[in-house]
Design a protein around this ligand. Structure first.
Ligand SMILES: [Zn+2]
Ligand SMILES: [Zn+2]
Length: 326
């Protein structure tokens, strides 16, 4: 399903299976999650996508062919492909373990073709083994919503009371982690979204309300998953002294100006960019240990446009996943 120009629809096209380099694997895609970043690429909110482009960076696939230099993987292995498709390994960011900030990094479904397709190519060094207990469609959302959400949670620091602004794919996967750490989760949805608030409570939130509401207690940290700049200010208003607001998305509408009082007392705002392979090596086994399972709504590949539209309109709770070939 090909994106030819931002703002358009994905088009169902037939292309020959892609060729691989010596360090790559050719994957038969089994499932690919839908992420908000796909919408940002589709809508032209992120610069210079590699058009024509196959979207999708929560890919579960099986190795169909491995390049001559690939030693770690064999034909038939099931792997996950995340957003970080490649990093240089040489720059000052890569050398200090911050490959997520590599200026030469190439991202899946943005600068490299992704997983809204029957086949895709990945650099074998950047794919992950997946928890065997999860089905293909269950494993897919872990690869971005789970992984980058986990990075956001880590960067929120020591916090006992944590707020999630937006309770979608990431938040519902991270909620069990917060609960397992013995912390209290406060969930904020669109005002009046009773279904979303009930879902958040089901996933372990001790409190759920609308984003214009104040939580009953001050929060030690808040993660803003939604791409709405105003929520950064709402989250700051809810923070205790010393607290942190983490912005987990790649794109956000402008943050309105606010009084310095809201930042005073060592409150901070930070963003989370991308992921490192270490995030995956930590999060995927943790997800397996905690038995984290997403709630998924499944679409066939030829309904990728419907899947994206359903995501845009928040027509389901949990994650949307495209299932390919059974
Ligand atoms: Zn680098
Ligand atoms: Zn994503």
């Amino acid at each position: 399903m090909l994106l030819e120009a931002p703002g358009g629809q994905l088009r169902d096209v037939e292309r020959p299976a892609p060729r691989i380099g010596s360090g790559d694997v050719l994957l038969q895609v089994r499932a690919c999650g839908v992420c908000r970043t796909d919408l940002h690429v589709l809508d032209g909110e992120l610069p210079d996508p590699a058009l024509p482009l196959v979207l999708g960076h929560e890919i579960v696939g099986t190795v169909e062919q491995a390049g001559a230099d690939v030693t770690r993987l064999q034909v038939g292995d099931r792997v996950g492909v995340p957003w970080l498709g490649w990093a240089c390994g040489r720059c000052r960011f890569c050398r200090r373990g911050a490959e997520n900030l590599c200026p030469y990094a190439r991202f899946t479904g943005y600068q490299r073709d992704g997983g809204y397709a029957e086949y895709t190519v990945a650099d074998a060094r950047f794919v992950f083994p997946l928890p065997p207990a999860l089905t293909d469609v269950e494993a897919a959302p872990l690869l971005c919503a789970g992984l980058i959400g986990y990075r956001a949670l880590r960067l929120a620091g020591e916090a006992r009371r944590i707020g999630f602004y937006g309770f979608g794919s990431s938040a519902h996967l991270l909620a069990p982690v917060v609960v397992a750490q013995g912390c209290e989760l406060y969930a904020f949805t669109r005002d009046g979204d009773a279904r979303g608030q009930a879902f958040a409570r089901e996933r372990g939130a001790v409190w759920a309300g609308g984003s214009s509401q104040r939580p009953p207690v001050a929060l030690d940290a808040a993660i803003v998953f939604a791409s709405v700049g105003e929520l950064v200010v709402r989250a700051l208003e809810a923070l205790a002294p010393g607290g942190t607001v983490v912005c987990a998305g790649i794109h956000m509408s402008d943050i309105p100006s606010f009084s310095y009082d809201l930042l005073w007392e060592e409150r901070s705002i930070r963003s989370v960019a991308n992921l490192t392979r270490d995030d995956g090596r930590e999060f995927l086994p943790l997800a397996e240990r905690l038995g984290i399972r997403p709630e998924v709504t499944v679409f066939p590949l030829d309904q990728a446009n419907e899947a994206v539209q359903a995501f845009r309109e928040s027509r389901f709770t949990g994650s949307a996943v495209i299932s390919i070939g059974g």
